[in-house]
Design a protein. Structure first.
Length: 635
């Protein structure tokens, strides 16, 4: 397990971490004493003597507020007096000084109850994020010298084989050694639908084996697994504050001393202007002013809201590397995307075979035979279409002609397979319409005569068109930048409905295009997966990486990682950012609105300490409950 804990928000630390009833017995006992005393005094008129009454209320006060008083004292020793703990201590001790014992106790009791609920809500939000940390197994079964040994995942080396039983989680990244297996990938993608893997396919840590015992050849150390890096990203995300959080933190540091100064002025200034000035009455108003001005609702509910946003995104297979990027996504007005691996699957497939003067099956057999000597993705697509390596074919004298294709013999026949430049180089005439073809074409000549072509294209992802349509409905412009040839790029762009598309681009060309858009004042999110996309991802306001197929450099550079490579998650990320920001600003408006109203009432002598504390705690709890709603949202 990762040992580094999720960092606590440092602007508002609370006394106790435990939230169970037994650990809060002093507070509960204080509440009971307060209830009994109020019932006796106001219900039955049974008022004890002054000293016994002071002793009882003081006991209840210390039971409820000893942690707050301790924190206030320790901070005051460091000359830190502008904080909510010192504010509450001054207000409640002031109430005791003017004989308002029950109100002083009530302020501290309800403040402590509010802190309890705040702690519980914050811890719940953190647990929803920390839940990711529990998806890696503590042990793994490794096969050594023909025997299965149970060891810690960190002890397994690259190249070793591990065994995963049905229901167990895969501990390390690797390739499947078994013929086939089915896995639940929810921990990585946010979707729990089964994913069937064949021998040789990639298996990632965090996947759950669903049916038979599977063996996996380890290809990455425990610390380097994709899941380990995901968890580190999530942990770091909770420490990166949004602009709103930073603003509220700075605001609280300025706001609290101003409130102290206003409270003092509220007590002192009326002496010079009010003819029937009574110090006790104006001191009481100043204490009410201090209680209601406590910024708890803001400094707790706002980080809680962003925790909730990060947690909601994680549930949907999206990793925000900081809460600041939730804010950035709300301002995006242009989404720039790479083509291969982002809008398309990055897996080439044969779409059509056109034979000329030769049997179609024979054309495929000859082409696949010579292409079997190449590792190029297009060659792999042809051999895969033909059933991998054709049996019985004698292939010889294979020569790669750089930038053109392959030349060789198959069963004694001379075969050329490549682009049209290859045929022109060897003086073979062909159908000129092939040059206008939008997809990739493997043109074939047999014994010096044109024999036909094989059309190959990268498949467009199922949700690509829907994603672009949804972006358009949201008023967001879509642009495609690709290194592929312009005709291919334009075809894909037309199919999915992109606003603009540019092809034949080198990595530096993509950077220039994005710089032009930024100079136009556009707020850009760039989505890519290849290592060549890393520079432009770093340049964009929000860099988004496709985490399943994406290169390590791209994932490291990106601000947001989409785990299942679905373009639709771009829209989801924008929606989560807007939901989070909306709820955060609802809390800011609620807290500030209520506080201003009660501050004015308190200064005018209308509101009492009871009303002040109920308003303060009530607003804080409402804001917290509102923030918690984020985690239950469906997007």
């Amino acid at each position: 397990m990762i040992q580094k804990p999720v960092k606590k928000h440092d602007s508002h630390r609370h006394g106790g971490e435990a939230s169970d009833w037994l650990t809060h017995w002093p507070l509960l006992l204080s509440l009971l004493i307060l209830a009994v005393m109020l019932t006796a005094e106001y219900g039955f008129g049974a008022v004890p003597g002054e000293l016994p009454r002071l002793a009882i209320y003081l006991t209840a006060y210390l039971l409820a507020g000893y942690k707050v008083l301790d924190l206030a004292f320790r901070k005051a020793r460091r000359l830190d007096i502008f904080n909510e703990f010192f504010l509450m201590s001054v207000a409640t001790l002031g109430a005791f000084a003017i004989g308002e014992y029950s109100e002083g106790v009530a302020v501290m009791v309800f403040y402590a109850i509010g802190e309890w609920f705040q702690d519980a809500a914050v811890n719940r939000a953190k647990r929803s994020i920390k839940a990711l940390l529990d998806i890696r197994p503590d042990t793994v079964d490794v096969i050594r010298q023909g025997r299965v040994q149970t060891v810690e995942p960190s002890e397994v080396e690259i190249g070793e084989a591990i065994q995963v039983k049905p229901g167990e989680k895969v501990a390390l990244d690797g390739e499947l050694l078994s013929e086939r297996a089915t896995f639940n990938t929810a921990a990585l993608t946010g979707e729990s639908k089964p994913d069937s893997k064949e021998k040789g396919e990639q298996v990632l840590a965090g996947m759950i084996n669903l049916n038979t015992v599977a063996e996996v050849n380890v290809r990455a150390l425990f610390r380097d697994s994709k899941l380990s890096r995901i968890l580190e990203m999530v942990q770091d995300a909770t420490a990166r504050k949004s602009r709103t959080q930073l603003f509220i933190s700075r605001f609280a540091k300025v706001y609290t001393p101003i409130v102290f100064a206003l409270a003092v002025l509220l007590v002192v200034l009326p002496y010079f202007f009010v003819s029937d000035y009574v110090f006790r009455d104006w001191l009481y108003r100043g204490l009410v002013f201090l209680v209601i001005s406590c910024p708890c609702a803001l400094v707790v509910s706002i980080p809680l809201g962003y925790f909730g946003g990060i947690g909601l995104a994680s549930k949907n297979g999206i990793l925000f590397k900081g809460s600041n990027f939730l804010d950035v996504m709300t301002g995006v007005d242009t989404v720039v995307m790479d083509k291969t691996g982002t809008l398309t699957k990055g897996v080439f497939n044969v779409q059509e075979v056109v034979a000329d003067g030769i049997d179609e099956k024979e054309l495929v057999r000859l082409t696949a035979a010579i292409e079997s000597k190449s590792t190029h993705p297009i060659a792999l697509a042809v051999t895969r279409y033909a059933g991998n390596s054709p049996e019985g074919a004698e292939v010889g004298d294979v020569e790669e002609v750089p930038g053109h294709g392959l030349k060789g013999t198959v069963d004694g026949r001379e075969v050329l397979a490549g682009n049209t430049r290859l045929l022109r180089k060897f003086g073979v005439k062909y159908d000129g319409a092939i040059d206008r073809e939008a997809d990739t074409v493997v043109v074939v000549a047999v014994d010096g005569r044109y024999a036909g072509y094989i059309l190959i294209s990268d498949e467009i992802k199922e949700d690509a068109k829907q994603t672009v349509e949804q972006l358009s409905e949201m008023g967001i412009r879509s642009v495609m930048l690709s290194g592929d040839k312009q005709s291919v790029v334009e075809k894909v762009a037309r199919t999915v409905g992109m606003d603009e598309a540019f092809g034949d681009l080198l990595p530096e060309d993509k950077v220039k295009k994005v710089e032009v858009l930024k100079n136009e004042g556009r707020h850009i999110a760039f989505v890519g997966d290849g290592v060549n996309d890393a520079p432009v991802i770093a340049l964009a306001d929000a860099g988004i990486a496709m985490g399943g197929l994406g290169s390590d450099a791209t994932i490291e550079t990106a601000d947001i990682v989409i785990q299942n490579d679905q373009p639709a998650k771009i829209v989801t990320a924008i929606k989560i950012g807007k939901i989070t920001k909306g709820i955060v600003w609802q809390n800011i408006g609620l807290a500030m609105g209520v506080k201003v109203i009660v501050l004015l009432l308190g200064a005018g002598g209308v509101a009492t300490l009871w009303e002040a504390v109920i308003a303060d705690v009530g607003v804080a709890l409402l804001a917290i409950m509102n923030a918690v709603r984020i985690q239950r949202k469906s997007v």
